[in-house]
Design a protein around this ligand. Sequence first.
Ligand SMILES: Cc1cc2nc3c(=O)[nH]c(=O)nc-3n(C[C@H](O)[C@H](O)[C@H](O)COP(=O)(O)OP(=O)(O)OC[C@H]3O[C@@H](n4cnc5c(N)ncnc54)[C@H](O)[C@@H]3O)c2cc1C
Length: 412
Amino acid sequence: MNQEAPSPARTAVLIAGGGLAGLSLAVALKAALGTSFSVTVADPSIDAPPADSGRASAFAAAARRMFEATGVWDAIAPEAQPILDMVVTDSRTLDVVRPVFLTFDGEVAPGEPFAHMAPNAVVIRALWERAKALGVTFAPTSVAGFEADAHETRVTLADGRVVATPLLVACDGGRSRLRDLAGIRTVGWDYGQSGIVCTVAHEHDHEGRAEEHFLPSGPFAILPLTGRRSSIVWTEETGRAERLCRLPAELFLDELETRFGHRLGEIRLIDRPAAYPLGLKVARDFVAPRLALVGDAAHVIHPIAGQGINMGFRDVAALAECLADAARLGMDHGAADVLARYQRWRRFDTAVMGVTTDGLNRLFSNGSQPLRFVRDLGLGLVDRMPGLKSFFIRQAAGITGEVPKLLRGQTP
Ligand SMILES: Cc1cc2nc3c(=O)[nH]c(=O)nc-3n(C[C@H](O)[C@H](O)[C@H](O)COP(=O)(O)OP(=O)(O)OC[C@H]3O[C@@H](n4cnc5c(N)ncnc54)[C@H](O)[C@@H]3O)c2cc1C
């Protein structure tokens, strides 16, 4: 008997990956285009919101504006700590006094901090809840393959289902399988460094102050969380980072205290440290036929400036705007010209940020005395030039350049 295969399910956009990038894109599209525009997120772990991972990020003012515009911020706000002040020092690990070379007051506009620190899991949970409430379809499986033709792409899910869509969006992280399947190459390199991440409780209030100490092995950041807690991102050569993470808790704490200092009184570890290898990886193309790359799938950068997912949110906001403009005009939102507009918008900006963070890391992960003299002179100059300082604050807040509507707090 000749049985016809059942026709595949359809969705206006299929997003592979339900991390920060994928879920914020799903929410942005639904907030902009409403119930008639169907959005599906496929991710093996999308069934339930994530458990706490111990990871936290600096979310720039632009990201907060997007979360406000899409109705997510209220769920994040109770656990978001505004960064009110930031100091940068450049010293050796055992220096007792660390001269401050640069200070920033943390406001980008009166009453608006340039960034907030929040646990990643809190933000993902808020996005997950909002996506559900807005009617996003969740497929708890991974994308296994896809085949594009002139009108649509047929996506095969790991559970055997096939879904047809005008546009597949890869939000599947730095090791993106979809990027590889599309044959998109990347440029970049490993730094041979890892970021050790952990959370500490301390005796005294941090008063919203973030600290970045440029130590010879790389930046050591103390980032304020709500209450008397801070998130640590500590850069070390990868082998050493792994050895440090394997130390018994009290020995690890000794090493940590040497770098942390005593300004906040006694410290206590409140989760297990974990090391994340660091590298630079930028996709040569951000689009392929009926495919767009967003977030870490498009670019992985050094966390020295806390900009990784903030760059991802610029992708999200730019793509949402391109798709909303096309959909409202009744055009094919997965067509090549729509994707070309997205790529033009994002690729140059990303390359600039990749080069900047790479340069900063090379300049500061270095114990050379002459180099230290030159960079300290540079930091001191920036500190004395209010115009330059305010430029850096606006840059860190994500509100320079051609800012998409969502990052200005408007729905696209
Ligand atoms: C130490 C460290 C500190 C950082 N600090 C900051 C900071 O302060 N500020 C900042 O802006 N950024 C920071 N970053 C960067 C930030 O963490 C990343 O940019 C961000 O997590 C990337 O999110 P994403 O959604 O693109 O990818 P991911 O978080 O990697 O999510 C990818 C998702 O895709 C899913 N997936 C994978 N394959 C498939 C498939 N085939 N089909 C379907 N789903 C799939 C996975 O299950 C996962 O849920 C930091 C990074 C590091 C390492």
